[in-house]
Design a protein around this ligand. Structure first.
Ligand code: ATP
Length: 448
């Protein structure tokens, strides 16, 4: 974890939010490389989830919704974590984490923590529950009537838009609604870098079904999560595990829940959840709003409340998983190198172009034309003429750039057989190939 955090800072993936003011626990900023990687992850997900399915539709809901939404969803009453306080330092901890159990039961946690000390060796107070929704006020007057919540998950605006999407898209069951966006949770102890944060981004999809299709749909979206991580992100299956929630571990709405766990630096932990939410959400919103959210089946003339299977994953956690999976330290040509073996489609930069020497105008000029042509095609292409070639390769290895392209004297025709060819060095194997400039785009595209 230390090595990853240091790489992320050093190379511009992730910075502490408001670092010059000492940071703010649970908040992080993505730098130039982090934002590219995160955007690539979101693009892959949107492509696999929305664009590859004819019955999944995207939305982008507001972060702040009518507070009644969160009353109906159960978050005002039930989105709580058990908290315990160090009586000397007043630091607060998740009681379930200190007790080493997956439980929200206050009595059980009090029993388990009896006589236990805080991580600083001090006595602990009693276990209390604590609502994790962040609050703000709408309008000029700050009173209880103007309280609103920053959404704790993106799902809320999907449920309340269910009818809008169904009608406008003339969708028939089963169909899904997907969304990518920020969510906020006042986590008691944010930690493990970007694993547990207070401002997060989620990629969620709610799949509306008939109740008889619960099991098949649940299996379908479980398989989707696993296969996406393996095939689209290139994560090794040895780094993935299934974790089925026991009854007392499940959220208030869920009839079944399976998480894909990833082998994070701090151990196997939740990355992606698939939940059977039953008809809990639409029923609650019908009850509280008084609106009819039932589905009418034109063929059978039946009217009923759809069930929902949810697929939910955090962008930051996915980014941490991808970085962990890609990070390697190894020896190459007698030197130790750090290399991010990212899938080329995910890498922040697709290629780096260099003239062999930066003080030879004819090399630089030729290299610039190659650079500009590739940049036009692939967007994220880097120019690097600093230091010797070995150092440039190491720099690109560290940020996962799959191809390093060098323009040398042979490119200019010193060896007539090699006129207008360049060296392309492969990040993972270190091998170099001679490729004609006119074939470069296709060469990179095929490898991606
Ligand atoms: P945890 O048990 O780790 O607190 P959760 O079960 O509350 O997570 P969900 O509510 O199911 O998580 O959220 C769906 C996904 O959103 C998680 O699988 C995770 O990828 C991401 N996520 C949830 N909370 C956080 C957080 N505080 N920081 C980063 N990502 C988060």
């Amino acid at each position: 974890m230390e090595q990853l955090i240091s790489l992320c800072k050093r190379r511009g993936f992730v910075f502490q939010a408001s670092e010059i003011y000492g940071g703010l626990a649970g908040f992080w900023d993505y730098g130039p490389l982090g934002v590219e990687l995160a955007n690539n992850l979101k693009k892959e997900w949107w492509n696999a989830m929305v664009q590859d399915h004819e019955n999944i539709f995207g939305i982008d809901g507001a972060i702040i919704q009518n507070p009644k939404l969160w009353e109906a969803s159960g978050h005002v009453a039930g989105f709580t974590d058990p908290l315990v306080e160090d009586l000397v330092t007043n630091k607060r901890y998740r009681a379930d984490h200190l007790a080493g159990v997956d439980s929200n039961d206050v009595d059980e946690l009090n029993r388990l923590l009896e006589g236990k000390k805080s991580p600083d060796g001090n006595p602990l107070g009693p276990v209390r529950t604590f609502n994790m929704m962040m609050k703000t006020f709408i309008g000029p007057i700050e009173d209880t009537d103007s309280i609103a919540y920053l959404r704790p998950e993106t799902a809320g605006s999907i449920f309340v838009n269910y009818k809008n999407v169904q009608e406008t898209m003339r969708a028939k069951l089963p169909f899904g609604v997907a969304q990518v966006g920020k969510a906020f949770r006042n986590e008691i102890s944010p930690r493990d870098f970007i694993f547990r944060v207070r401002e997060l981004e989620q990629m969620e999809m709610q799949y509306f079904i008939r109740s008889i299709d619960q099991e098949a749909a649940y299996e379908q979206w479980r398989a989707f999560a696993w296969n996406f991580l393996k095939d689209r992100l290139g994560i090794a299956e040895s780094n993935l595990q299934w974790h089925e929630h026991a009854e007392d571990e499940r959220a208030h709405y869920a009839a079944a829940a399976h998480d894909v766990y990833f082998n994070f630096p701090q151990g196997f932990k939740e990355l992606w959840g698939t939940h059977n939410r039953t008809d809990y959400d639409l029923s609650s919103h019908m009850r509280v709003s008084g609106q009819d959210l039932q589905y009418f089946d034109e063929e059978t003339k039946e009217r009923f409340t759809p069930y929902i299977i949810e697929s939910s994953v955090g962008v930051g956690r996915m980014l941490l998983a991808v970085l962990t999976n890609a990070y390697h330290e190894e020896t190459m040509d007698g030197e130790t190198r750090v290399v991010l073996k990212l899938k080329p489609s995910l890498a922040p930069y697709k290629a780096c172009v260099s003239p062999l020497l930066k003080n030879k105008p004819e090399l630089v000029e030729k290299a610039r034309t190659v650079f500009i042509a590739l940049k036009k095609k692939f967007g994220m292409v880097m120019w690097d003429d600093n230091g010797n070639i070995g150092k440039r390769y190491r720099r690109q290895d560290e940020i996962g750039t799959p191809f390093c392209i060098v323009i040398d004297f042979d490119t200019l025709g010193e060896n007539p057989d090699l006129l207008d060819t360049v060296t392309v060095r492969d990040r993972d194997t270190g091998t170099q190939e001679r490729v004609a400039i006119k074939d470069l785009k296709q060469y990179i595209e095929e490898k991606m």
